[in-house]
Design a protein around this ligand. Structure first.
Ligand SMILES: Cc1cc2nc3c(=O)[nH]c(=O)nc-3n(C[C@H](O)[C@H](O)[C@H](O)COP(=O)(O)OP(=O)(O)OC[C@H]3O[C@@H](n4cnc5c(N)ncnc54)[C@H](O)[C@@H]3O)c2cc1C
Length: 129
């Protein structure tokens, strides 16, 4: 297990033979023999455009539902006389579903399910306006 590391080079003739792993803290690079790599990219949230609008955790994932309550207190600026519903963000009536939500499962099936639930909750929210 290499934490804070990145593959910076992949070498081989007709198939992968060697990868170079860089330690992102020290900059030290080390070659490792391997013939297989599982590419797991694309898991970072692109949510900086929500700055100052929707509460996020320190990694940029959108906080929703019970994750917004700190010591039982509702998020700053929250006006409805109720706690945020599941999937509801710090902006009442705005819901987050799928990978972008903090503490979500990060799987296709759960993202689809959360999307369906969010639609139901939006209808519920609009009916109560
Ligand atoms: C490498 C990898 C392998 C995976 N393998 C599996 C697996 O085997 N099984 C499994 O169940 N799950 C797997 N997952 C997880 C799965 O892909 C996600 O859980 C799922 O795609 C989440 O769906 P989503 O709709 O929440 O987000 P996404 O699929 O990420 O969709 C979000 C979309 O929003 C777009 N977007 C972002 N910002 C903006 C913006 N400002 N304006 C407009 N559009 C924007 C993005 O381009 C993207 O198209 C894998 C993920 C990765 C990265």
């Amino acid at each position: 297990m290499r934490t804070r590391s990145a593959i910076v080079c992949m070498d081989g003739d007709d198939h992968l033979e060697t990868i170079t792993v860089r330690d992102l803290q020290t900059g030290e690079e080390q070659a490792e023999k391997t013939s297989h790599v599982f590419v797991f990219i694309g898991a970072q949230p692109l949510t900086t455009w929500l700055d100052g609008q929707v509460a996020r955790d320190d990694r940029g994932f959108v906080l929703a539902g019970p994750d917004l309550l700190h010591g039982g207190s509702r998020p700053p600026g929250w006006t409805p006389p109720r706690d945020p519903w599941p999937l509801e963000t710090s902006v009442p009536g705005v819901f987050a579903a799928g990978d972008v939500r903090a503490a979500s499962v990060k799987r296709v099936a759960s993202a689809v399910g959360e999307g369906a639930l969010a639609v139901t909750l939006i209808h519920q929210y609009l009916e109560r306006l």
